[in-house]
Design a protein around this ligand. Structure first.
Ligand code: FAD
Length: 432
């Protein structure tokens, strides 16, 4: 008899809600991970670094588990196939896992829960990746918030020790099901040819968090926590970070609240996947010029800050938040290219890609989202550069040929593009 702990976006043993609840039941706990072919088959490239990242984390987890006489059991296939397999292999009493708010995940989990129910196996899903979820922070009239500031006020008012305390999983590690370490399929076996990822467990960068409000908008320096990838896959606990933020920096705490906010929006308004949050914005006649889209993707627009950002993304799989806002605004306003094209490109390239945050960020920049920048606010790349990279340190790092003849002329003049965007948006939204 075992309880299964199904890991997904909570790849750690410490302070883990689903694992804690599984360990509490007094039945040996068997950890499982599924390389889900429904997800993997849709990835645009066979050298996806995120798959390599997950793979490297699983190897580390396997080391930790074997210190406790336990083993991960990794499956490659669909979740349905996986649970058919596991329910034959083990005498499973219940499956414990962590909530996931994305549309695919919701469908997957309800399908798995039904399948398990037919076999008499219970399915329990726990909140782990956010501080407040779904219906925990609602307006007084019971409806979900769509504006960030009042949401964040209620979020802060609702916070107490209960929500940020750590789950003491390590006190119960003797409850793991005991078996020799099982093999984890290699990346090649999974159909990927990515290089191995060098993974180390992250530490909370306390000094950066302390100064966060002063340093977060300067892309040339290490002024942000760079934890988005770890929050995405749960290799760090959101509760540990929230405790630190609460003590040390309210601006940083606000960023964590944005993260909860967009997960909550995705839960209540799943139409944001593929549609504007505000329906009128689905009527914008995008220009969708493929050549301009290519210039944007490859960092050849002739706007140095935009090109620097896109090159940082293409090279590292990361882009600074300030620059994400600039390049997203540039694509949707200056070039009038559908924000969904940009959203999809980020989804392909970002190591920290997260459906809720990415969609929220893109809709914010395009003006179509909840609590977005009003459409008439068009970022001026030159002014943004003066303000946030005055010495061009960030720009020159990624665009070293800036002052040479090799660097392209601006793809479109700023004043012209700004006027054009305002006219197109205004007409589509029927606003006078
Ligand atoms: P920090 O500044 O140190 O912030 C700490 C953490 O707070 C981040 O790791 C992240 O988890 C969260 N956070 C910060 N800002 C936001 C935000 N605006 N929305 C939601 N969560 C936030 N973030 C992603 O994690 N995945 C994405 O796919 C993603 N796509 C984006 C697309 C666009 C167009 C924009 C404008 C923003 C996007 N963001 C995304 C939000 C933000 O840019 C990144 O979270 C941040 O740059 C990651 O760097 P960091 O870990 O140093 O963040």
């Amino acid at each position: 008899r075992v309880n299964i702990w199904w890991l997904r976006r909570d790849l750690r043993l410490e302070d883990n809600a689903a694992l804690y609840h599984a360990l509490q039941q007094g039945i040996p706990v068997q950890p499982v991970f599924i390389f889900d072919t429904n997800i993997l088959d849709d990835l645009p490239s066979k050298d996806d670094k995120r798959v390599a990242f997950i793979h490297a984390v699983l190897l580390k987890l396997q080391e930790q588990l074997s210190n406790h006489g336990a083993s991960l059991d990794v499956f490659h296939g669909t979740p349905r196939e996986a649970f058919e397999h596991y329910s034959n292999k083990y005498k499973v009493v219940a499956v414990h896992t962590a909530n996931d708010y994305e549309p695919y995940a919701r469908e997957r989990d309800s399908e798995v829960a039904k399948l398990l129910a037919l076999k008499g196996i219970a399915f329990h899903s726990w909140k782990d990746q956010v501080i407040f979820e779904k219906e925990e922070i609602l307006k007084d009239d019971g409806r979900p918030y769509t504006v960030f500031t009042p949401y964040s006020k209620k979020w802060k008012a609702g916070l107490n020790d209960f929500y940020i305390k750590s789950y003491p999983t390590s006190s119960y590690f003797t409850h793991f099901y005991q078996q020799e370490a099982l093999a984890i399929p290699g990346l090649q076996k999974l159909g990927f040819n990515s290089d191995a990822y060098k993974f180390e467990w992250p530490k909370i960068p306390s000094a950066i968090i302390k100064n966060y409000d002063k340093t977060r908008d300067t892309p040339a320096i290490a002024g942000t926590s760079r934890l988005s990838l770890h929050l995405r896959f749960g290799t760090i606990s959101i509760r540990a970070l929230a405790r630190e933020a609460l003590r040390d920096n309210e601006t940083y705490l606000n960023e964590l609240i944005w993260r909860d906010f967009y997960q909550m929006i995705l839960w209540h308004f799943p139409h944001v996947v593929g549609h504007a949050f505000k329906p009128a914005y689905d009527h914008i006649p995008w220009r969708n010029n493929e050549k301009e889209f290519d210039a944007w993707k490859t960092g050849q627009t002739g706007y140095p800050i935009v090109d620097a950002g896109m090159r940082e993304l293409n090279t590292t799989g990361y882009m600074h938040n300030r620059v994400r806002m600039i390049v997203a605004s540039f694509l949707s306003k200056h070039l009038l290219i559908d924000w969904r094209w940009g959203e999809a490109y980020f989804a392909e390239k970002l190591m920290d890609y997260d459906l809720a945050a990415n969609n929220g960020g893109w809709q914010w920049a395009a003006g179509s989202g909840c609590d977005a920048a009003p459409y008439f606010r068009v970022f001026n790349p030159a002014l943004q550069t003066q303000k946030f990279d005055p010495k061009l340190e960030y720009v020159k790092k990624w665009v070293p040929e800036l002052d040479s003849f090799d660097y392209p002329q601006p793809i479109v003049a700023h004043d012209f593009a700004r006027k054009r965007a305002l006219e197109v948006y205004k007409k589509a939204l029927n606003e006078d």
